[in-house]
Design a protein around this ligand. Sequence first.
Ligand code: SAM
Length: 255
Amino acid sequence: MCLAPPESELGRSLQPRRGSFGVMDYYLMDAASLLPVLALGLQPGDTVLDLCAAPGGKTLALLQTGCCRNLAANDLSTSRTGRLQNVLHSYVPEDIRNKSRVRVTSWDGRKWGELEGDTYDRVLVDVPCTTDRHSLHEEENNIFQRSRKKERQKLPMLQVQLLAAGLLATKPGGYVMYSTCSLSHLQNEYVVQGAIELLANQYNIEVRVEDLTPFRKLFMDTFFFFPSCQVGELVIPNLMANFGPMYFCKMCRLT
Ligand SMILES: C[S@@+](CC[C@H](N)C(=O)[O-])C[C@H]1O[C@@H](n2cnc3c(N)ncnc32)[C@H](O)[C@@H]1O
């Protein structure tokens, strides 16, 4: 279930509490973050990979679908996988964690395709990006700091490698969702196109971008979608619907 607090409560500190199931009663996140998970369209019994999972908001949403037969939740950073473990223990009842066979790892996601190729029905690739809303408001950990210029410039290449790994980890006929919380074409559409070309040229694997128009129409009253996004969908914050930014693009691995 997804609830938005009434406007009068926005700005107050909203502290989740332990509820009647012994787990915390809600996880606070940008509502647009749910869209990539919903659009991934999990089916009952799916094996699922969340390649860049920490701190775990979207992992929780994947588990909430009730469809995961196996869920691999990975993040390169061991400190962040520690947070992910805490989130899973605080928010997901033990029987659900066991039923969904949740496995948490700290591997470099770029190598996943070599480790577990052709394995998953659904893969979420929620990559590190310039986190544009955070970068606008927070000094701490801001990727636009001069000292982080090189890291910033390398982001699109890292994103292509992660998406390519996600596609390689997917079974033929399975689906991948690529997402960022950035407005940048370089981190969004160009990455999708780059990864698709890489798979075609280096692995002879064909990938199709899915048309999410019917999905977008379902959510047009709640979110503001950028009208001229050529590949994938982009939710942009506006005064009437202050969610996002959130870019997401669904792909089907054909071969
Ligand atoms: C946008 S965050 C993920 C947010 C998460 N999906 C959620 O909903 O809470 C991107 C994550 O990618 C991780 N990351 C960066 N490089 C990675 C790599 N090479 N392999 C796997 N994860 C990586 C970062 O540590 C970071 O936690």
